[in-house]
Design a protein around this ligand. Structure first.
Ligand code: PEP
Ligand code: MN
Length: 341
């Protein structure tokens, strides 16, 4: 249930509604908007009776929220969330956000070289895995804390905010300490204790879609984080498993369109893991921008043929330069024409 206050409702009237919600044994989540405040009721199992609220002073209406996810739905908050990352970088505003960097941090000189090149080409944020979730236990598992330290030094020199993955709750604290954004990967989308941990953080979280998750399951995972107290969630579509074998995964751009309607959270696209193929990364990035996604996260490596993970889908810094150039043109056209929705 969403209790929408009148635009001239006083703070006292808002507090009375919050107190009534608590009295009934539920939690209240006020969402101040540009003209009026709405108060979400969470913690109820079934449908709620709107009558106790409608009669209260300052209340305009009480709307049942029909979705299983509440806090992340547009029913609950109609304005799009803009997530601040650093003083001058945000995700979810008018700028098409570009995150680029290697799949894994391998060594400092290489990481710095890639970061300098992607920044010069127009990246807004830098990615690099220090803890890698690998299918094989014999594959490179990442440099761990040493990798995070490299990322922190690279941020100092290059000035881009950094994104890295927390693969489990034992490393969440340290990844959070070093990074500007913590990534929760596809294999952990339904790791509920990790989602709760992310919800107790003040750092933004990129929540990747589970490789076989429905959009509803994905939004419920985001709800875990927001419900625990962290509203800074960015959804990342990274392709799903299908019967197709011409690409590593199938990029589900219609899910992006659906999400832009269904949730106020920003939605970005990872064309690298979606395709698994270098030659598809630029076209899919442009497609993501054209459907109105809020940004992309792309794997870039100076020597893809020697990369310790995901070389086949990593583009070179030069190719990234072309990508950034083309995507910025598409972003301008999208802005000019208005979003598809
Ligand atoms: C990654 O971004 O490096 C990664 C492992 O992605 P995903 O969780 O989407 O496979
Ligand atoms: Mn990768």
């Amino acid at each position: 249930m969403l209790v929408v206050m009148k635009n001239d409702a006083t703070d006292d009237q808002i507090e009375q509604v919050v107190a009534r919600i608590h009295e009934l044994g539920y939690e209240a989540r006020p969402v101040p908007g540009s003209d009026r405040t709405a108060i979400g009721i969470v913690g109820n199992e079934g449908a709620l009776d709107p009558s106790p609220f409608i009669a209260m002073p300052g209340v305009k209406e009480a709307i049942p929220v029909t979705r299983p996810y509440k806090l992340v739905s547009r029913e609950f908050q109609s304005e799009s969330s803009v997530i601040p990352i650093s003083e001058d970088i945000k995700i979810g505003d008018d700028t098409f956000a570009i995150i680029a960097g290697p799949c894994a941090v391998e060594d400092e000189a290489l990481t710095l070289d890639i970061a300098e090149k992607v920044r010069a080409a127009g990246a807004h944020m830098f990615r690099g895995g220090a803890y890698k979730p690998r299918t094989s236990p014999y594959s490179f598992q990442g440099l761990g804390e040493k990798g995070l330290k490299i990322l922190a030094r690279v941020r100092e020199k290059v000035g881009l905010p950094i994104v890295s993955e927390a693969i489990d709750h034992t490393v969440y604290d340290i990844v959070e300490e070093y990074c500007d954004i913590v990534q929760i990967g596809t294999r952990n989308m339904q790791n509920f204790s990790l989602l709760r941990r992310a919800g107790r953080s003040t750092k933004p979280v990129i929540l990747k879609r589970g490789m076989a998750a429905t959009v509803e399951e994905w939004l419920m995972s985001a709800e875990y984080i927001v419900n625990e107290g962290n509203p800074k969630v960015i959804l990342c579509e990274r392709g799903i498993r299908t019967f197709c074998n011409h690409s590593r995964n199938t990029l589900d751009l219609s899910a992006v369109l659906f999400l832009l309607q269904e949730t106020h959270l920003p939605v970005i696209v990872d064309p690298s893991h979606a395709s698994g193929r270098r030659e598809q990364v630029i076209p899919l990035s442009k497609a993501a921008c054209a459907v109105g996604a809020n940004g992309i996260m792309v794997e870039v490596h100076s020597k893809p043929e020697k990369a310790l993970s995901d070389g086949q889908q990593s583009i070179t810094p030069e190719e990234f330069g072309q990508l950034a150039y083309e995507v910025k043109h598409i972003a301008n056209i999208v802005k000019e024409l208005g979003k598809c929705l």
